[in-house]
Design a protein around this ligand. Structure first.
Ligand code: PRP
Ligand code: URA
Ligand code: MG
Length: 216
């Protein structure tokens, strides 16, 4: 079972398996191919946990043995929205679980000097206001990027309680800022770290996730 830190924050179970995966991707000496492979495994766990938060209704199933099974049926439509670039790494994990899922993109970059987020581009499913949205970004540092992206979603008519923010590593500062800005949006994370350094990088963290996944 995932650990409910609060009504709004769910932490993946801190099993030896998960800590082992994080030990690989946090290691500065891990080559890119391993970084991608083991990040993808954590992303898959996050997506699976995110799906647990969607509402369902009871559905009785008939099985080939002429017996009944008390099952459930997912209610509603979903989509993913990645915060480009690093968030795009999470799209495949979502696609692997939700066939032909629609995916929107919001391009936000942190200024390297100030760490303040800047919005460059958004392209979202036209009917996003009728969907549950998995917002995808592996790193929650100051919270600036995720807050800006979430404002874009809300401006497009998405109800806050239909947004689930999936992320690999969060700083307490980012969680606090995000929860304060959106007191009804759930965060599902793989790790809550110690804090931020003077460059607003998460510590102990991973470094620059986008660079490690795509470039170096
Ligand atoms: C990273 C990360 C988040 C943001 C987190 O993206 O993927 O979007 O920083 O920081 P914050 O919580 O302080 O806003 P970055 O701007 O480095 O771009 P990238 O995805 O291209 O690496
Ligand atoms: N973006 C990253 O990729 N890593 C951090 O630690 C902070 C922002
Ligand atoms: Mg970014």
């Amino acid at each position: 079972m995932a650990h409910e830190i609060s009504d709004l924050v769910t932490l993946l179970p801190q099993t030896n398996q998960l800590i082992g995966l994080f030990s690989i991707i946090r290691d500065e000496n891990t080559p890119r191919s391993d970084f991608v492979f083991y990040s993808d495994r954590i992303i898959r766990l996050l997506v699976e946990e995110g799906l647990n938060h969607l509402p369902v209704e009871p559905k009785v199933i008939s099985t080939p043995t002429n017996e009944k099974f008390d099952g459930v049926l997912f209610l509603g439509k979903i989509c993913g929205v990645s915060i480009v670039r690093a968030g795009e790494s999470m799209e495949k994990g979502l696609r692997d679980c939700c066939r032909s899922v629609r995916i929107g993109k919001i391009l936000i970059q942190r200024d390297e000097e100030t760490a303040l987020p800047k919005l460059f581009y958004e392209k979202l499913p036209t009917d996003i206001d009728s969907r549950f949205v998995f917002l995808l970004d592996p790193m929650l540092a100051t919270g600036g990027s995720a807050i800006l992206a979430t404002k874009v979603l809300i401006n497009r008519g998405v109800k806050p309680e239909r947004i689930f923010f999936l992320n690999l590593v969060a700083a307490p500062e980012g969680i606090e800022a995000y929860v304060k800005a959106f007191p009804s949006i759930k965060i599902i994370t793989g790790a809550i770290d110690k804090g931020l350094n003077d460059k607003k990088y998460i510590i102990p963290g991973i470094g620059d996730f986008g660079d490690r996944y795509y470039c170096i």
